[in-house]
Design a binder for this molecule. Structure first.
Ligand SMILES: Cc1cc2nc3c(=O)[nH]c(=O)nc-3n(C[C@H](O)[C@H](O)[C@H](O)COP(=O)(O)OP(=O)(O)OC[C@H]3O[C@@H](n4cnc5c(N)ncnc54)[C@H](O)[C@@H]3O)c2cc1C
Length: 470
């Protein structure tokens, strides 16, 4: 049900902060096990400019989306405007995760149900190329507010508190337990005392999770959260257009087989070359008479005279050939300099420092793109598919000066998971050295592959629900 206030002493066992895909999934899963939950959401049921403005911040480094545009602060979170593209990460992506591929795979069927996905995911299906296989992405478009609001309203186990922002966690004297939540309810600051049975789960998204922990540490210092790499190793999926394929349309289409299939480097090629995982897709440009096309055909005649001549001849006979953009999405290696930080000069309405996000695309990305596109070009010639043109910015990194943004709204890292000392949460997503605080969302990913993150977030959330109830 929806409630308007909370009092000390009346708190249920589980306090979930953030009502996006992660928070809503965890709440409904725990409720299905007859657990009682308080779900605290900063926004209301609809977009509100004032609430959204808490997400403003600064980006230092490569061009990125405004931080109040790349996420949404109301019930349902960013699922109110996401694309719904879903796929589980590959085994290759989980090499440095403290949990195994199969541990996540166990939750694939239930995650598909939550995301209304009926088809099987295709992984590494053989393609025409030797070094590239095919993997699929499925449409899992679910607006979590629309799907779950009635269920939450009717639930006797879930209390949903809207328009209430958690500002920080105050620890007990030892710094090993959260003792108070500092929270704004109905525009008033409240300090809510937790009991020994309360567990707090932070589910505020891939930037805000770090912000709340960073601010809590700054306020209370001492042992609390001391030494943890909070905000560090933040990652995106650099993405965009990276080259072009010149060929006949049906030849290129036959490479991809289906619209939702992507070319991915084979496991052998990835491992041998030590590449970041990546996927390529094609966008066809059907127009043949414009300047861009002429320019490419001219280039083509220079670099591949026989093939270029063939295209020009067939054009004059009115046979349609295609020129198509190659699009990519690539893994970004965790890098300590890419990080979520607290601004030193800018505060929000509640006097909490805004975010300063430091983000740069580094050499690992360019190296992997270069290697894989050159291989794709080479095998396209060998298999008589066509020619691959690689944009110059892969070689000279000049897209850093471009007006385009090469990113995907995928916010990963910042509260990464590890077994050792280098993470913020352990393999059960509990904050290290704090007994009653957990984090869920893509901020816990120690690496992010190239697939969109939400399917994995849902798998991890199901795993956390199981852990909290067994
Ligand atoms: C334009 C766009 C397109 C996208 N497309 C895709 C896609 O195709 N596939 C894919 O996998 N992913 C996509 N994503 C990413 C996807 O939306 C996120 O991975 C997903 O929403 C993360 O879920 P979450 O619950 O962890 O966080 P969020 O969705 O960010 O939810 C966090 C919730 O916490 C609340 N909150 C924040 N701070 C506080 C606070 N202090 N107190 C209380 N509550 C708080 C927020 O209001 C929000 O409801 C896209 C994102 C965008 C912006």
């Amino acid at each position: 049900m929806i409630i308007n206030n909370i009092e000390d002493g009346s708190l249920p066992d589980y306090l979930i902060i953030g009502g996006g895909p992660a928070g809503i999934t965890l709440a409904t899963q725990l409720a299905s096990k007859d657990k009682n939950i308080l779900l605290i959401e900063a926004g209301g049921l609809e977009f509100d400019e004032k609430v959204q403005s808490h997400y403003k911040g600064e980006v230092v480094g490569d061009k990125y989306y405004d931080l109040d545009v790349t996420r949404l602060r109301y019930l349902g979170g960013s699922s109110n405007h996401w694309g719904g593209n879903c796929a589980p990460l590959d085994e290759y992506d989980l090499k440095n995760w403290p949990i195994s591929y199969n541990e996540l795979k166990n939750f694939e069927i239930d995650a598909k149900k939550i995301l209304n996905i009926k088809n099987e995911f295709i992984k590494y299906e053989k393609s025409i190329f030797n070094s590239f296989d095919l993997s699929s992405i499925e449409d899992g478009y679910v607006n979590f507010k629309d799907k779950y609001l009635d269920q939450i309203k009717d639930s006797k186990n879930i209390n949903l508190l809207l328009n209430s922002s958690v500002l920080s966690f105050q620890p007990d004297k030892t710094g090993s337990r959260v003792e108070y939540l500092n929270i704004i309810i109905n525009e008033n600051l409240k300090k809510i005392k937790l009991s020994s049975h309360n567990k707090v789960i932070l589910a505020c998204g891939g930037i805000e999770n770090s912000r709340i922990l960073l601010w809590s540490r700054e306020l209370y210092k001492g042992n609390f959260l001391e030494g943890l790499p909070i905000g560090k190793y933040w990652m995106e999926h650099p993405s965009g257009e990276i080259g072009h394929f010149i060929s006949e349309k049906n030849k290129v289409e036959s490479v991809f087989k289906k619209k939702n299939y992507f070319l991915v480097p084979s496991k052998k090629f990835l491992e041998n070359e030590k590449l970041n995982n990546v996927r390529f897709s094609i966008q066809f440009w059907e127009k043949t008479g414009n300047e861009t096309f002429k320019h490419f055909v001219k280039d083509l005649v220079c670099i591949a005279p026989h093939f270029g001549k063939k295209i020009i001849e067939s054009l004059s006979n009115n046979v349609v050939h295609c020129l198509s953009a190659i699009k990519f999405s690539i893994e970004q290696k965790p890098d300590i300099e890419n990080s979520v930080n607290l601004s030193k000069s800018s505060l929000d309405k509640y006097d909490i420092p805004r975010i300063q996000l430091k983000w740069n695309i580094k050499d690992d990305v360019f190296f992997s793109l270069k290697k894989s596109l050159e291989k794709l070009g080479q095998e396209s010639i060998e298999k008589n598919i066509g020619r691959v043109g690689v944009d110059r910015f892969v070689y000279d990194q000049s897209f850093k000066n471009s007006k385009d943004i090469f990113a995907n709204h995928h916010h990963m890292g910042g509260t990464i998971m590890s077994k050792g000392r280098d993470g913020v949460v352990d393999q059960d997503l509990k904050v290290k050295n704090v007994s009653n605080l957990y984090v869920i969302g893509s901020s816990v990913f120690p690496s992010g592959g190239h697939f969109n993150p939400t399917f994995t977030i849902i798998q991890l959330t199901l795993r956390l629900a199981k852990h909290l109830t067994t």
